[in-house]
Design a binder for this molecule. Structure first.
Ligand code: CA
Ligand code: CA
Length: 586
C-alpha cells in the first residue's frame, strides 16, 4: 500500500495554520476543494476542504500539495491516520462515494452524408443583422433591410448568407435566445423572415440561420418552468469542479459563457427533442441549414464530475441533429463553429457538412504580418496536413475558409493596410473550400475589440444605414476611411474567380519557393493546373519558372508576364502551367 504525504495548509481567520498530514491510503481523485482517498480499513473517504483552498498542483499516487492562494506554503510533517487527519482538519468525511453521473444514452447514428449542394458554394457572407441594413428608420438593422438589399449580394456573387441569431433575445447579439420560434421584434416578424426566404430562393442564394443550442437566455421560460432542461446541482457535491457554475438560491447551475446564458442539459432526451423540433421547424420554413454556435461546448467537461469522458458526446449529438435535419431536407447544411486544432475539428466532420478553419485564418494573418520572414510559417504545408487529417473522417469534405468573423478583430485592423488586406483576401479566395466574407470586409471596414466595435454598422451611406448596436460607442475611429470601391471591386473579382472550377473544386499542392517573400501553390482540377503566386514583399520581385505558363488572372495587379514574372509589391497572380511539379529557377 502506498504511503501518501498530503500537505495541507489551512488558512483561518487572520493567521495561517500549517498542517502536514500523512495518510495511509491512495488518492483516487482530486477536486478543486476536495480529495478522495481509498483506505484499506476505512474504505473511500472524501475530504471536503474549506472553500479557501485552491489546489493548484495535483498528482495522483504521489505527494499532493494543497496550496493556498496559488502559493506553496512552508510545511512540516504530521504523522497520523486518516481519521486523525479528519479531526485535525475539522471536516466531516463523506463516506459514500458518488459514482460519476453517466446517463449518456445517446445512440450513435453513424457518419452522415454530406449535403449535395454545399460543394458548389463559392463565396458565402456573414451578416450581423442589427448592424446591417435598416428598413424602417429606427436605427437598427432588420430582416426587411436584408431583403431589400439582396441585389447587393447578387451583384457581389454570393452563394449563401449566414445570419447571426435573429430569434427573440434580450441582447443586441441575440446569442441568448428566449423564443426559438419567433423572430425578434427588433428585426421584424416571422412573415418578414418568410419573405426573405422566398426572395433569397428566387435569387439562388442559400440562407443559413445561427442555431444556438448550447445555452439559452436565463430569461427563457424553460429556466424557471423546466429546470430539468438545465444542469442544477447542490453545493459541495463531490467530484464537481464548480468552474462556470453559478449560484441560484441554494443550487448552482452551469453556464459556460456567461451567468445569463445557462447551458442546456443535452443529456435530457426531452431537451434534445426540443432542439430537433426547432431545427425541423426552420428547415420546414425553407431555411437551407444552420451555423451551429459553440458546438464544442455542447457537452463541456466542467458540466460533469471530474474525469467523466465527454468529448465524443458532441459528435454523437451532432450526428443525431444532422440525421433529423436531413430527414426533412437531404440537402440541408450543418456548419459548425469549432474553434480548435484540426485534430479536434476533424472529428466533427462526422456530423457536419463543413466547419470553419480557424487555424488557417490565423496562419494567413500571421504569414502576411511576418512579411520579410515568411519562411517562419509553412502555410501550405500546414494546410495540407490539416486537410489530410480531416480527410480521415470524411474524404469529400468541404472546408470553410475565412479571415475573421464577429468574434475577431477585423482583417483591416489586423494587417493595417489596404494592400495587405487585399493580399489576405487573395490568399483566402484561392485556397480550397468555401470562402467566407464577414460583412464590411469587402469595403475595408476597420474594427478592434471590444466586440461592439468589430460589429459596427455596415457603411451604406444611404437610407439603409444603421446605427448598429450601441450608438454611443460609434466614435468614428473604427469606421472605414478607404475609397471603398477599390476594395469592393477587388472582392467582386475574387468572388468571380472562386467560381472557376479549378479554384472551387481543385486539389492543392505545395510549391517550393525560390524566395522567402513568396507564397506559391498549385491548384489542380481534372487536367488543369493553376499556379498561384503571392508576393509578401513590399518591393518588386522577379521569378522564373521551369516550364511554360499562361496568364489566367492578373487579379487587378500590373503583373509583367512577358518573360520573367515580375510581381509588384503585395501582388498576386494566377498562371496556368502544364505540370503540377513547378520549380522556381529564381
Ligand atoms: Ca430597423
Ligand atoms: Ca454545454
Amino acid at each position: 500500500m502506498k504511503k501518501l504525504l498530503v500537505i495541507i495548509l489551512l488558512f483561518l481567520t487572520a493567521c495561517t495554520i500549517v498542517q502536514d498530514v500523512e495518510i495511509n491510503g491512495s488518492v483516487v481523485e482530486v477536486g478543486t476543494n476536495s480529495v478522495l482517498i481509498e483506505n484499506d480499513e476505512l474504505g473511500l473517504i472524501w475530504f471536503s476542504l474549506p472553500e479557501d483552498f485552491d489546489i493548484d498542483l495535483l498528482a495522483l499516487g504521489s505527494e499532493i500539495y494543497l496550496t493556498y492562494d496559488g502559493v506553496l506554503k512552508e510545511s512540516y510533517p504530521y504523522q497520523g491516520t486518516a481519521l486523525e487527519v479528519l479531526e485535525v482538519l475539522e471536516v466531516l468525511p463523506e463516506i459514500t462515494y458518488n459514482e460519476p453521473v453517466n446517463n449518456m444514452n445517446h445512440e450513435d447514428v453513424g457518419t452522415m452524408p454530406t449535403s449535395n449542394t454545399i460543394k458548389d458554394f463559392g463565396t458565402c457572407y456573414e451578416i450581423f443583422p442589427i448592424s446591417f441594413a435598416d428598413s424602417d428608420g429606427d436605427g437598427h438593422g432588420d430582416i426587411n433591410g436584408i431583403t431589400e438589399n439582396l441585389d447587393y449580394f447578387t451583384d457581389l456573387g454570393i452563394s449563401c448568407l449566414w445570419l447571426t441569431p435573429v430569434t427573440e433575445s434580450p441582447s443586441y447579439h441575440k446569442y441568448d435566445v428566449v423564443d426559438y420560434y419567433k423572430i425578434d421584434p427588433l428585426f421584424g416578424t416571422n412573415e418578414d423572415f418568410e419573405r426573405l426566404l422566398i426572395e433569397t430562393e428566387n435569387r439562388g442564394i442559400k440562407l443559413l440561420m445561427d442555431l444556438v443550442v448550447n445555452h439559452t437566455s436565463k430569461q427563457h421560460p424553460w429556466f424557471t418552468e423546466k429546470p430539468e432542461y438545465y444542469r442544477f446541482i447542490e453545493p459541495d457535491i463531490p467530484h464537481y469542479k464548480y468552474t462556470d457554475w453559478h449560484r441560484q438560491g441554494d443550487l448552482y447551475y452551469y453556464g459556460s459563457f456567461w451567468d445569463q446564458m445557462p447551458d442546456l442539459n443535452l443529456d435530457n432526451p426531452d431537451v434534445r427533442e426540443e432542439i430537433f423540433t426547432i431545427a425541423e421547424y426552420w428547415i420546414n420554413q425553407g431555411v437551407d441549414g444552420f451555423r451551429l454556435d459553440a458546438a464544442k461546448h455542447y457537452f463541456d467537461a466542467n458540466e460533469y464530475p471530474i474525469n467523466t469522458p465527454v468529448s465524443n458526446q458532441n459528435i454523437i449529438f451532432l450526428k443525431e441533429l444532422n440525421m433529423r435535419v436531413k430527414q426533412v431536407d437531404p440537402n440541408a447544411i450543418l456548419l459548425t463553429e469549432v474553434w480548435s486544432d484540426a485534430s479536434v475539428v476533424a472529428k466533427y466532420y462526422a456530423g457536419t457538412d463543413s466547419s470553419f478553419n480557424f487555424e488557417l485564418s490565423d496562419m494567413i494573418i500571421e504569414t502576411i504580418n511576418q512579411g520579410s520572414d515568411s519562411s517562419a510559417i509553412d502555410l501550405v504545408g500546414n494546410l495540407i496536413e490539416i486537410r489530410n487529417t480531416i480527410s480521415e473522417t470524411r474524404s469529400d469534405f468541404v472546408d470553410s475558409v475565412f479571415l475573421t468573423n464577429h468574434d475577431q478583430e477585423r482583417i483591416m485592423s489586423q494587417v493595417a493596410s489596404t494592400e495587405k488586406a487585399k493580399l489576405a483576401a487573395n490568399i483566402m479566395f484561392t485556397l480550397p473550400g468555401i470562402s467566407w466574407i464577414y460583412y464590411g470586409e469587402e469595403i475595408g471596414m476597420w474594427g478592434v475589440n471590444p466586440h461592439e466595435n468589430i460589429r459596427q454598422p455596415m457603411i451604406f451611406n444611404n437610407e439603409y444605414q444603421t446605427s448598429g448596436a450601441k450608438t454611443e460607442e460609434l466614435s468614428g475611429n473604427n469606421l472605414s476611411i478607404l475609397p471603398f470601391n477599390e476594395m469592393y471591386d477587388h472582392y467582386k473579382l475574387l468572388i468571380s474567380m472562386k467560381e472557376d472550377d479549378v479554384l472551387k473544386y481543385g486539389d492543392i499542392t505545395e510549391v517550393t519557393k525560390s524566395q522567402r517573400k513568396l507564397l506559391a501553390y498549385v491548384r489542380t482540377y481534372e487536367d488543369t493546373h493553376y499556379l498561384v503566386i503571392h508576393s509578401l514583399s513590399a518591393v518588386e520581385q522577379t521569378v522564373l519558372l521551369n516550364q511554360e505558363y499562361e496568364l489566367v488572372y492578373d487579379m487587378g495587379y500590373d503583373v509583367d508576364v512577358t518573360g520573367d514574372i515580375i510581381l509588384p509589391p503585395f501582388a498576386s497572380v494566377v498562371v496556368e502551367v502544364d505540370e503540377v511539379e513547378v520549380e522556381f529557377l529564381y
